[in-house]
Ligand binder design. Sequence first.
Ligand SMILES: [Fe+2]
Length: 241
Amino acid sequence: MIDLHCHLLPGVDDGARDMEEALALAQLAVEQGITHSVLTPHIHLRHYPNTLESLTPHFHRFKKALAQRAIPLQVALGAEVRMAPELLLGEAWKGLPKLGSTEQGRPVLLLEMPYSHVPAGTAQLLRWLSSQGVQPVVAHPERNREIIAHPSLALTLKGTGAWLQGTLSALGGSFGVEIKRVAWELLDKGAYHYLASDAHRIDKRSTRVEHVLQMLTEGLGFEQTQVLTQDRPWAIVASRF
Ligand SMILES: [Fe+2]
C-alpha cells in the first residue's frame, strides 16, 4: 500500500508524540504492507501553524532516524491543510507542501474541512483552486457531520473536480457505525479517488491497516482494492521517490 495521509512526523501536530512513537508507527506500517508514506502534518493557522520551512528539518531528522533503525519505509513530506481562505487564496497555496502531482502535472494538495459542517463557500474555493491548476483532495469527508447527515454533499464537492480521500479505519468501523455506513456508501458510489490510513498514534488510529485491507478485498475484490490503495496513490507520488 502507498499511504498518502498520516501523521507520523513527530512533535509537529496531534500525531506521533516523539521519535520513538514515530518509529514504532513506521515499523508497524512496514509490517502491515505499507511501502511508501507521504507524511501529512496539519497546517492550521490557530492550532498547528506549520510551514514547509518549519517542517523540513523535522522531516530530515525522521528520515535519518528511519535509516539508522533500518526501517525500510520510504517517506516524503506533504501536509494536510485546513481549508481556510487565508491559507489558500492569492498566491498562498503555492508555498504549501503538496502530495505529488497528477498525470497532467497539476500539483495535488490535501485539504481538511472542519468536522462540524461544510463551510459556506467550500465548493467555490475548490473550484477556484482547480482554476489555478491545483488538484485538491478533500480528506475524510465521511467524518464531516453535515456529510454524515447528507452524504450527497460529498458528491457535490467531488463535482467541483476535487478528489475525495476515504480513511481505512472509518471503513473498518473505528469511528462508529454511522461513519462506517457513510464511508461504505461513498465507497460503493465510487466517490473516493483513493484511501489512506490517516494514522496518528500507536495506541489509537495507528498504521494497523491489514484487517481493513482484507475486508476491502473481500467486499470490493483484489483489483479494486489495489486501485484505491496502491495504483492511484502511486500515480500521484511516483515522481517523488
Ligand atoms: Fe489527518
